[in-house]
Design a protein around this ligand. Structure first.
Ligand SMILES: [Fe+2]
Length: 346
């Protein structure tokens, strides 16, 4: 989800464009809020004209959707403002339509918008991940302190989607009237928000009104915050949300990232040292043992050693000669350091 920093931005300042991608029909209009130009993943404000209809079918990308205003018909169900959908890639939805027209927030997460006519799910779809809810009527507000250190009281959330592998979240959040928080935040994740209603204010970017939007990469300062009359917004983070708070309005994203690294060292020193001592030219990224561990029992004399993922893992075993040359491991004179450093580059 490598998207550029978009902030401040308000969709009311731009016009709708007709959606012309195949499969979407006519009567669908969009305002592009942010886009990953590598993958086509994007967030859009979408308007369906009265009478709009789309045939049953699926998208090649996972997407999320919330009704902002008006009524969306999904099959025979009428879904009103606040109705949220999480739709896995390949999940066939029934016909969707809108009699009187409606305004929606669409988020395509893994690829460009697409619609493939189909009445059954794609064979590879993780159908169990699908869920939808009327988030305004059928969920209650929870305190915003699910993430600690915590936002100030008066900022509350409704969790809409949670990815247990990446800790990415989609949630509604609201600020009560006269909410304020006087410190400055940054996170180790990208953060996205669309203001469904109301205005909040930030020291760096000013007012975020109804229709206000940001896509904010990690480590960018935001806050202090305030909201005079309150607001409700849809928020997302693309990995674990940790609130790094401080009171230095001049710190840069690099300094903020350095601070996060220092805090990782203070909190998880062994993990930190392990992560930063991978000096043996290992061709792959760090391994999660749960993803590669054997899942089969001993097969009575057959070679089970290398069957866990179908190919040998010889590279796990040949590291000792590298250890001798490691810049971190050798304690003799530093005469050879530069040569060794080059040795490790190939
Ligand atoms: Fe934030």
């Amino acid at each position: 989800m490598a998207r550029p920093h978009i902030e401040p931005f308000c969709d009311r300042d731009t016009h709708f464009k007709p959606m012309r991608l195949l499969g979407f029909g006519t009567g669908m209009h969009y305002k592009m809020l942010s886009m990953d130009v590598d993958t086509g993943a994007c967030s859009m404000t979408v308007q369906f004209d009265g009478g709009y209809k789309r045939s049953p079918g699926f998208s090649w990308s996972e997407y999320e959707l919330i009704v902002i205003e008006g009524e969306l018909k999904v099959g025979d169900r009428v879904c009103r403002k606040g109705h949220y959908f999480y739709v896995p890639a390949g999940y066939a939805m029934p016909e969707i339509s809108s009699d009187q027209g409606c305004l929606l927030l669409y988020m395509y997460n893994t690829g460009e918008p697409s619609h493939e006519e189909a009445s059954t799910h794609h064979a590879s779809t993780q159908t169990q991940l699908y869920h939808d809810v009327d988030s305004y009527m059928d969920l209650s507000w929870a305190m915003g302190n699910v993430a600690k250190p915590s936002v100030a009281t008066g900022c509350m959330i409704k969790l809409l989607n949670y990815n247990p592998n990446s800790f990415a979240m989609t949630f509604l959040y609201c600020m009560t009237p006269n909410f304020y928080q006087d410190n400055i935040s940054y996170h180790d994740c990208a953060e996205e928000s669309y203001h469904l209603w109301g205005t909040s204010w930030m020291m760096q970017f000013g007012d975020v009104p109804t229709g206000g939007y940001f896509w904010r990469p990690a480590y960018i300062n935001h806050g202090a915050f305030a909201s005079e009359y309150g607001c409700i917004a849809l928020g997302r983070v693309d990995s674990k949300l940790f609130n790094h708070f401080h009171y230095n309005p001049w710190s840069t994203p690099v300094e903020n990232a350095d601070r996060s690294e220092a805090r990782l060292l203070a909190r998880d020193p062994l993990l930190y040292h392990w992560a930063f001592s991978q000096d043996h030219n290992h061709p792959h990224s760090p391994k999660d043992f749960e993803l590669t561990m054997p899942r089969r029992a001993n097969e009575e004399g057959h070679d089970t050693e290398h069957k866990s993922d179908g190919h040998r893992h010889d590279h796990w075993h040949g590291h000792h000669h590298h250890d001798e040359e490691s810049p971190h491991a050798h304690d003799h004179s530093h005469d050879h350091t530069h040569d060794h450093t080059h040795d490790h580059q190939h």
